[in-house]
Ligand binder design. Structure first.
Ligand code: CA
Length: 221
């Protein structure tokens, strides 16, 4: 995994970097929050480990800003604060999970794996099946099933759904879809493809964000 560690404490940061590196992960460690947004913009991380008490900013406020700016990287908050209010505040600001220092390394590793797996919507291992509600999109077989029944998709519909599933819980802009997926389309507009896709997979999966784009939610409405 590519891990972004934001932790000002030298001892904790060094220890985490060493442990994670030894587990085969690639760790980028920063001690100040000021550069976090730029780094997240430049590099695709699988997960971010975020200390809430940073010298130059409040970690929770930073995370809220990152979420507002559209950064969807899964975040595990690590903090010394242990009150219930702070725990809830951590989720409120957009954290995926929360650990109180000091914590056990095996538990940290297990939680990191769990939130990365959750975020990707993929099961463990090499099986490239994306699941959402009753849908299962199998990349290897280029097939989709809904509640176990095969659904025939065009190449473009498949690519659109794959892109939306990969980016679940964030808005995928029209431009992203038009540039990334439609070059392979059969000459129809994005909206026509989405409309056809909805008829095949059912309503409630793909949400329209008017004038901006489309998104799917991990928990379909
Ligand atoms: Ca700190």
């Amino acid at each position: 995994m590519r891990i972004f560690l934001l932790e000002d404490d030298l001892a904790i940061g060094r220890a985490l970097q060493t442990v994670l590196h030894n587990e085969g992960h690639e760790v980028t460690w920063l001690r100040l929050g000021g550069d976090a947004a730029r780094l997240l913009g430049d590099t695709a991380f699988d997960v971010m480990l975020l200390d809430l008490g940073l010298p130059d900013c409040d970690g929770a406020a930073l995370l809220r800003r990152l979420r507002a700016a559209g950064h969807t990287v899964p975040v595990l908050v690590i903090t010394a604060r242990d009150s219930l209010e702070d725990r809830l505040g951590g989720f409120d600001c957009g954290a995926d999970d929360y650990m109180i220092k000091p914590f056990d390394i095996p538990e940290l590793l297990a939680r990191l794996k769990a939130i990365v797996r959750r975020a990707s919507g993929r099961p463990d291992g090499a099986d490239p099946v994306w699941k959402l509600g009753e849908l299962a999109l199998d990349l290897r077989r280029m097939s989709l099933t809904r509640a176990g029944q095969a659904v025939a998709l065009s190449k473009t519909e498949f690519a659109l759904l794959h892109k939306l599933l990969k980016c679940a819980d964030r808005i995928v802009t029209r431009t992203e879809l038009e540039d990334g997926v439609l070059p392979y389309s059969e000459g129809q507009t994005l909206d026509v493809h989405i409309s056809n896709l909805r008829k095949k997979i059912g309503e409630g999966y793909i949400l329209t964000v008017r004038g901006v784009g489309y998104m799917v939610r991990r928990e379909p409405s």
